[in-house]
Write a protein that binds this ligand. Structure first.
Ligand SMILES: *Cc1c(COP(=O)(O)O)cnc(C)c1O
Length: 386
């Protein structure tokens, strides 16, 4: 008998909501219906995009003219950081980020360092939280851009964007936030948050893959140089033909999320409680990150077991090791290392990420599987049915 896989990797990607699929089909049929009339097709296209922009702006409480469509958060991060740093080159060449950021941020900073920018990497505390005072301590006269994520993709840690952004605003530093794990999952209010640039992506909250956006605040001096060149679309900030169906689906995912965030959070809190409650008393278990972080993620290390063997023993659970995007490299997660974990603790880390479709039964099943796998690998339960 083959057991069905239990998908607990919603931080990597979420399944597309059926209403999103319907909306995408509808948008596709609408735009194909008028292939001969450029003007009619143009109006339809314009309407579909305007609707989606209003839906996404509604989710983030932003003005619709602040959004630039991209291919996802990777591109948004690149555009914000490389484009922002180059735009403000005259102001200075010092830029700041954290060691616990996603690769789509850290690799851009590495690239900018090669181009002559001076990068400071601030460190979080043992729970993964950045102390605003530690952040402020590295800022200089010539600091021109900082990038700090909202919800961490490996640990769920939430940064104090209001405090960090406030510090940047006082000093005229362009402030970018990677909100790929936050948008559609926790409340984000850009009408009050002191944020200049924010990256979001549809496939982390039940929208399609391959579509994202960059929010660019409508404030003087808040701008980015393009990183792509071509047509005149999107005020030349990001040229290229817009993918209508993906944008329509993104908008629908945003509208659905806006109505569900509180219910989703309550659901995830209950699930994470059940999962953690089922494994916490195993002994030698370390919970990585801040317990008050985003409830869709639980990251745990088990003393005396090795990550890859654990992952194998955990089948049929679809979970990630601490470093989902680096899992081929066998390097311990740099995010967890930055929290002060030893190589062995970082290597044994498993990220469970829960989603809207996750059931209480799946959470209990995951806890049982994890217990059995850890006990077996520690050699304490010979013959355990793993
Ligand atoms: C998924 C993710 C990205 C990359 O998003 P894509 O849309 O897949 O390019 C960037 N940052 C964070 C924090 C993410 O979780």
């Amino acid at each position: 008998m083959t057991e069905a896989f239990v998908y607990l990797d919603y931080a990597a990607s979420t399944p597309v909501d059926p209403r999103v699929r319907d909306r995408m089909r509808e948008a596709g049929e609408m735009t194909c219906a008028n292939p001969s009339s450029t003007h009619a097709a143009g109006r339809l296209t314009h309407g579909i995009i305007a609707t989606a922009a209003a839906q996404l702006a509604g989710l983030l409480n932003a003005g619709p003219r602040t959004l630039v469509w991209t291919s996802g958060a990777t591109e948004s991060d690149n555009l914000a950081i490389a484009g922002g740093a180059r735009y403000r080159n005259h102001r200075g060449r010092h830029i700041v980020t954290m060691k616990t950021e996603h690769k789509a941020v850290t690799d851009v900073f590495e690239q900018l360092a090669k181009e002559g920018f001076d990068v400071s990497w601030v460190e979080p505390d043992g729970n993964g939280i950045l102390d605003p005072a530690a952040f402020e301590a590295v800022l200089r006269e010539d600091t021109q851009l900082a990038s700090i994520m909202l919800v961490n993709n490996e640990t769920g840690v939430i940064q104090d964007i209001e405090a960090l952004g406030g510090i940047c605003r006082e000093r005229g530093i362009l402030f970018h936030v990677d909100a790929a794990q936050a948008a559609g999952k926790v409340h984000v209010d850009l009408s009050t948050l002191p944020v200049d640039l924010m990256s979001v992506t549809a496939h982390k909250f039940y929208g399609p893959q391959g579509i994202g956006a960059l929010y660019i605040a409508d404030r003087p001096g808040c701008h980015v140089d393009p990183i792509l060149f071509g047509g005149g679309q999107q005020r030349r900030i990001r040229p290229g033909t817009l993918p209508m169906e993906l944008i329509a689906g993104f908008g629908m995912a945003a509208e659905i999320a806006a109505h569900r965030i509180d219910d989703d959070l309550e659901h995830l809190r209950a699930l994470r409680e059940a999962l953690w409650g089922g494994i916490r008393d195993l002994g030698g278990i370390r919970r990585n990150g801040d317990p008050d972080g985003f409830p869709g993620i639980l990251n745990v290390s088990a003393a005396g077991v090795e990550g890859e063997s654990l992952l194998l023993a955990l089948e049929p659970l679809q979970v990630a090791t601490g470093s989902a995007c680096n899992s081929k490299s066998r390097e311990p997660s740099s995010v967890l290392r930055a929290l002060g974990l030893s190589d062995t603790d970082a290597q044994s880390a498993i990220r469970f990420s829960l989603g809207r479709p996750t059931t209480a039964g799946e959470a209990r099943f995951a806890a049982d599987r994890y217990r059995q796998a850890v006990l077996k690998l520690r050699g304490l339960a010979p013959g355990a049915g793993v």
